[in-house]
Design a protein around this ligand. Structure first.
Ligand code: GBH
Length: 489
């Protein structure tokens, strides 16, 4: 397929966006003036820094489909999704958004939005169908075509090397419970980064180690669904971190000096219950301790005393050399922030206490997304302060919404618009107060395969009819386009 968008594809996608956002003529004219002046409405807009990166994000298994195309190997998610009872409605991602074939149309949607960046992931089993061994040239070519098409559209690719689709062949050898998997991941990451060297300037090793370990190894709600406990779980978590560290080194060895390496982690975004010095101090302590098995270890090269003490006999076995590797210096930190956790100061050993959400606390469609815009104000700020992080990107933020096409075919997702409006306002305020956030990737460009929730939860700012693959930009798409055009909220 031609990687460069034809004029027809581009106009078609843009037409869709404009049609979905159809407004009366007069309103259209004033919207155009507003966009030109960088303002959208009546309220004074607050600007983001010059050069702030605006993007959207997806992940390979959630959008690509084409699971058997061009020599792709099987992943743990193919196996999991095809196991009866695992996914809502028995959905699988065999086709998903078919983005493997339709990426030119998706890139056209991004051009319509005006985003400058796209965060995507590479499916490891497309590159090494068996996890290790001989690379699959057709899989590599697909990634190069995608990246070249993004550049042709003026969109900077941000590449995640592992968004949970472990080759099944490696799972059969123990997956992340096997130390060799960390080495195999680094080999794959180094190889792939080398192939994309010069075309991709930002690499993320892994997406949310905390989730694929917590949900896939600790519980059974994600692939491979092992439900481990105690030391076995801790050891798998440790080897995943080791895989990250080894991959940082492998990517550096395979790429030019300008390449920037980081990861995208889902954090426990600690927020003070309200802005008072003692609660802010408590939340800052919580930020370190509650992420001790992940970001804190990755940024300090050690497990905190409190963490090891709490684990006792369940603590992972590790060497000083492994901890040095896990702490390999990165150039930026990606944070996926959807919600947060409240803390108050407490007179205990830790100096903080977590405050559970009352049952009346407002929620979005997904049961785990409490509406907490403060998370994107405090999360990056406290993480940066506590761990000395220099550059942060919000690598995911967004929400599910039940909004569906109305009688005119429009998708008016006012809950998502409200959510984004409030989170972006808090992000802008955080940056103004010193949080070193350089960019924002909205999750997600498209409705897609939402893991164990299948297609029952839609995170896209573009509606996807999974029967026809028709894409329809939602109201939130128009909202985001305005934010990007004005670089302000
Ligand atoms: C991110 O995870 C993922 O990176 C992305 O792929 C995903 O599509 C997006 O968010 C939206 O979910 O089943 O009740 O145990 C966000 C963190 C952690 C949220 C695991 C869902 C499972 C809750 N996820 N959690 S439950």
């Amino acid at each position: 397929m031609n990687p460069i968008l034809t004029r027809r594809q581009f106009t078609k996608a843009l037409g869709g966006l404009v049609a979905a956002c159809a407004v009366p003529l007069a309103a259209k004219a004033s919207a155009a003036t507003a966009a030109a002046s960088g303002a959208q409405g009546s309220a004074a807009k607050r600007a983001f820094p010059k050069g702030f990166v605006w993007g959207t994000a997806t992940a390979a298994y959630q959008v690509e489909g084409a699971v058997k195309a061009d020599g792709r190997g099987e992943s743990i998610w193919d196996v999991y999704a095809h196991t009866p009872g695992r996914i809502v409605h028995g959905d699988t991602a065999d086709v998903a958004d078919d983005s493997y074939h339709r990426y030119p149309e998706d890139i056209a949607l991004m051009r319509g939005l005006g985003v400058g960046a796209y965060r995507f992931s590479v499916a490891w089993p497309r590159i090494f169908p068996e996890g290790t061994g001989k690379p699959n040239a057709k899989g590599v070519d697909y990634c190069k075509r995608l990246v070249d098409a993004l550049h042709a559209a003026g969109i900077e690719p941000y590449c995640t090397l592992y968004h949970w689709d472990l080759p099944e062949a490696l799972q059969r050898k123990g997956g992340w419970q096997n130390r060799d998997t960390a080495k195999a991941f680094a080999d794959y990451a180094g190889y792939m980064a080398g192939q994309l060297d010069g075309r991709v300037r930002h690499f993320m090793t892994m997406n949310e180690i905390s989730t694929f370990i917590g949900n896939g190894y600790g519980s059974t709600s994600m692939a491979p669904g092992l439900g481990l406990k105690g030391q076995a779980l801790e050891q798998a978590r440790h080897y995943a971190l080791l895989g990250h560290g080894l991959a940082v080194q492998a990517i550096r060895a395979a790429t030019n000096a300008k390449t920037r390496v980081g990861s995208a982690e889902g954090i426990n975004a600690a927020m003070p219950a309200f802005d008072a010095p003692e609660h802010v101090a408590a939340a800052r302590k919580a930020a370190v301790e509650e992420n001790a098995g992940y970001l804190t270890a990755m940024h300090t090269g050690r497990y905190t005393d409190q963490y090891l003490k709490t684990l006792g006999a369940d603590a992972p076995k590790f060497t000083a050399d492994e901890m040095r590797i896990i702490g390999s210096k990165t150039d930026f930190q990606g944070l996926n922030i959807y919600t947060g956790d409240y803390y108050i100061a407490a007179d205990n050993e830790r100096g903080y206490e977590a405050v559970p959400f009352p049952s009346s606390y407002p929620n979005m469609q997904s049961s785990w997304i409490q509406f907490a815009p403060g998370a994107i104000y405090w999360g990056p700020k406290l993480m940066a302060e506590a761990l000395g992080i220099g550059d942060i990107y919000i690598t995911e933020n967004g929400t599910s919404s039940t909004a569906a096409p109305d009688s005119q075919g429009r998708v008016l997702d006012t809950d998502r618009v409200m959510f984004l409006q409030q989170y972006l306002a808090e992000l802008q305020r955080g940056i103004a107060d010193g949080a070193p956030v350089r960019g924002y990737f909205l999750w997600s460009l498209l409705d897609n395969f939402e893991w164990s929730r299948g297609f029952s939860e839609r995170f896209g700012i573009t509606y996807v009819d999974f029967a026809t693959q028709k894409r329809t930009p939602k109201l939130s798409s128009r909202f985001y386009r305005g934010v990007i055009a004005g670089n302000a909220i």
